[in-house]
Design a protein around this ligand. Structure first.
Ligand code: ADP
Ligand code: MG
Length: 695
């Protein structure tokens, strides 16, 4: 062991034996410091005791229907590598391995380039479920680790950490780099408050325990990410995050915000725009926003409300407050379909004042776009609606005072920072239909204030939900018949499927579905929309559905976010098992938006507990809670959906208790003032905090 010379902040390139090509690979995976390298933990730990000899592999290792698939680990020498191309250009790579006791077969599909990696005579570790094939058992697309030609004792210790392969950096090379790094760094100063680190190892000890687990480690705890060492890193990751967030909030509250001056005239004007009486929570949420806008501070508020709860109207009022007092307000949305829909809504609300409205889209023709930009720059446009892609190009505003972000949290912090650098510091309102439990939302978006719309507008009929097997699909189509007869419209949602999909289940993709429906509903007008089509075509087809000309819209989840067509009252989702709970709930939110009762039908051959939850529950928050119980992580709280930040070791939804405690402590600590060392530490832990936010 050499004398520790480096800190965790040192660059990986300081490691001896890390050549430029490997350093470049690490860089590609955002591993630049020793801390980055050490915090990327093994994704699995294997017990040498569980290694199976090839001669004893058999059906007893295969998965049985309805049970958890057992995972099998083997090590063998490569004897044969066969590339097979089938008639349909399907590629099969078949590898035969042997050890002293027998042989085993490993298959990969449509990855012909893998053939080069497997060299006869070299050893390989295979890890995955075993499947009963036509001619015996085989591994299909398992995890593998090339071990090279050496016949060294493979497991020096009982527990082998397995890393995700990074290009040419195999698990084995990685272990060596990590060993070097662990030896090279001196223990960092511990910034975790003592109550949070009680009973846990320090950072460097924890990293050692996780990368080089001693023989007596609790394998299960390691594999579940629940060991004491994990807990230490989780606490540290969440505490440093919370410090950054608390600091960001403290900075914002010290800035001077543009204050909207209200008057009776303004109030009168806003009232005249209202098409309905606001629900109590819409009223409360708007009041909270209005107070912020008047306060002289910079607003940063999250407006949460289930699908259909009426967030748009609240956003409109906030925008009107700014726009009617000489400022500009921008509404940013994730898709052009949604942008156009908001434009239509705003046009109705503004009536003869619609001239103050300007839309800005990626698909605009050059001349049109130029004119739009001019209108925004001159201040003629005061309500601006567009896709965020456009705003990334930094439009020049005349007097931007408020930004509203619809259905897309991730767009936010960075953008705000970019604007601030250009000297614009508008109020910020983020709207979300992702029903995240309040405590979690408060901890994650600790630098936001929170408003919640709790009830749906009155007169809303609950959506009736049904579940049918594939062979009962006719009942779903009959349901559509019923609605069409009443002059209503229907959505049919199919999962977006790549025809290359090798899974053996016969899936109906969107084109197949459209054909099927044309046969079943010869008299109806049917159109389909999906994410890969040109935006003009999509807009055009959506327009025709909105106007009622199209009766049945076949769609992928492009319609999931925000689309509002009150006359559409039935939705059939094919292959419902392919969607996350939140997605299904969002989809269901598309119907029953008018005064007519909605019907929601899921077709699937697997009536899982997940899908059943949706039949019983209407409320997004209850569904979120259920989902947490079922612990399908990466489903409801899939980060793309929810905009939850991703941590390396921590999991925001699982670790909410510790996160809440971190938030509380961090806020107190930021009030006392951060030390320079701590600021550096936050930056080392979370690169996405800018210096300006924490210093
Ligand atoms: P979301 O919160 O999902 O964005 P929307 O803003 O699209 O919901 O509103 C859903 C529907 O409810 C719209 O058709 C809208 O016109 C209607 N709505 C909103 N507020 C009210 C209200 N206070 N009373 C009656 N209908 C309302
Ligand atoms: Mg909406």
């Amino acid at each position: 062991m050499s004398f520790p010379r480096f800190s965790l902040a040192s660059l990986v390139s300081t490691l001896r034996g890390l050549g430029a090509p490997r350093a470049a690979v690490l860089q590609e995976h955002e591993i630049t410091t020793l801390r980055d390298l050490l915090w990327q933990l093994p994704f699995r730990y294997l017990d040498r005791g569980s290694l199976v000899e090839l001669g004893s592999l058999g059906p007893q290792h295969c998965s049985m229907p309805g049970t958890v698939r057992p995972l099998v680990t083997i090590v063998g020498t490569i004897r044969q590598v066969k590339s097979i191309r089938t008639r349909f250009k399907f590629h099969i790579l078949e590898i035969v391995l042997s050890d002293d006791t027998g042989t085993a077969k490993v298959m990969f599909y449509n990855q012909p380039y893998l053939a080069k990696s497997f060299k006869e005579g070299e050893r390989v570790l295979i890890f995955g479920p075993l499947t009963q094939g036509k001619y015996g058992v085989e591994f299909r697309v398992p995890h593998y680790e090339l071990l090279g030609a050496s016949t060294d004792e493979l497991f020096v210790q009982r527990i082998l950490p397995v890393y995700r392969r990074l290009g040419p950096i195999t698990s084995k090379i990685r272990s060596k780099l990590i060993q070097d790094a662990l030896d090279a760094v001196h223990p960092p100063e511990d910034h975790l408050p003592p109550p949070l680190r009680r009973g846990l190892p320090d950072e460097l000890q924890a990293l050692r325990l996780l990368h080089q687990p001693p023989d007596d480690s609790d394998l299960e705890a390691l594999n579940e990410g629940q060991s004491l060492a994990h807990q230490r890193l989780i606490a540290q990751e969440l505490y440093s995050f919370s410090l950054g967030v608390a600091s960001r909030k403290e900075k914002r509250l010290r800035r001077k915000g543009q204050a909207v001056v209200t008057s009776d005239q303004l109030r009168e004007q806003l009232r005249s725009y209202l098409p309905f009486t606001l629900t109590p929570s819409q009223r409360r949420s708007f009041k909270e926003i209005a107070d912020d806008l008047r306060s002289g501070k910079v607003m940063n508020r999250l407006l949460q409300g289930d699908v259909g709860s009426g967030k748009t109207l609240v956003a409109f009022l906030a925008m009107a407050m700014v726009a009617e007092t000489g400022g500009q307000a921008a509404l940013l949305v994730p898709t052009e379909v949604l942008a156009r829909q908001h434009v239509a809504t705003f046009r109705k609300l503004l009536g003869e004042r619609s001239n103050a409205l300007q839309v800005l889209l990626g698909g605009m023709k050059a001349a049109e776009k130029k004119e739009a930009l001019l209108r925004i720059q001159s201040g003629e446009a005061r309500y601006i609606i567009g896709t965020h892609a456009i705003f990334q190009e930094m439009v020049k505003f005349h007097a931007l005072q408020l930004v509203v972000v619809d259905e897309q949290h991730r767009f936010g912090v960075r953008q705000r920072e970019a604007m601030k650098e250009k000297g614009i510091d508008p109020h910020w309102l983020v709207m979300s239909a992702t029903p995240i439990p309040r405590s979690l939302a408060m901890a994650i978006w600790g630098d936001h204030d929170h408003s919640t719309i709790e009830e749906l507008p009155p007169g809303r009929q609950p959506v009736q939900s049904f579940f049918f097997n594939r062979n009962q699909a006719e009942q779903a189509w009959a349901g559509i018949d019923g609605q069409l007869m009443k002059g209503q419209q229907a959505y049919v949602v199919s999962p977006a499927i790549d025809p290359q999909d090798e899974s053996k289940v016969v899936l109906r993709d969107i084109q197949t579905m459209e054909l099927l429906l044309r046969k079943r509903f010869p008299k109806a007008t049917i159109a389909s929309v999906h994410g890969k089509m040109k935006s003009e075509d999509m807009t055009d087809r959506m327009k025709r559905f909105v106007s009622g000309e199209t009766h049945i819209l076949v769609a992928t989840t492009v319609i999931e976010v925000g689309v509002d067509v009150p006359n559409a009252t039935i939705m059939v989702v094919d292959h419902a098992e392919r969607f996350g709970l939140s997605q299904l709930h969002q989809l269901r939110g598309r119907i029953g938006r008018g005064e007519h009762a909605g019907v929601f039908i899921m077709i699937s051959d697997q009536e899982s507990e997940r899908l059943k939850a949706l039949l019983a529950l209407q409320d997004g928050f209850a569904i979120a809670k259920k989902d947490l119980e079922l612990r399908q992580s990466g489903d409801f709280f899939g980060t793309k959906q929810s905009g939850l930040p991703t941590f390396i070791v921590a999991d925001a939804s699982r670790d909410v208790e510790i996160l809440t405690e971190c938030k509380r402590r961090a806020e107190v600590h930021v009030q006392e003032g951060l030390k320079a060392q701590e600021r550096l530490w936050i930056r080392l832990e979370h690169k996405n905090f800018t210096l300006a936010e924490i210093s």
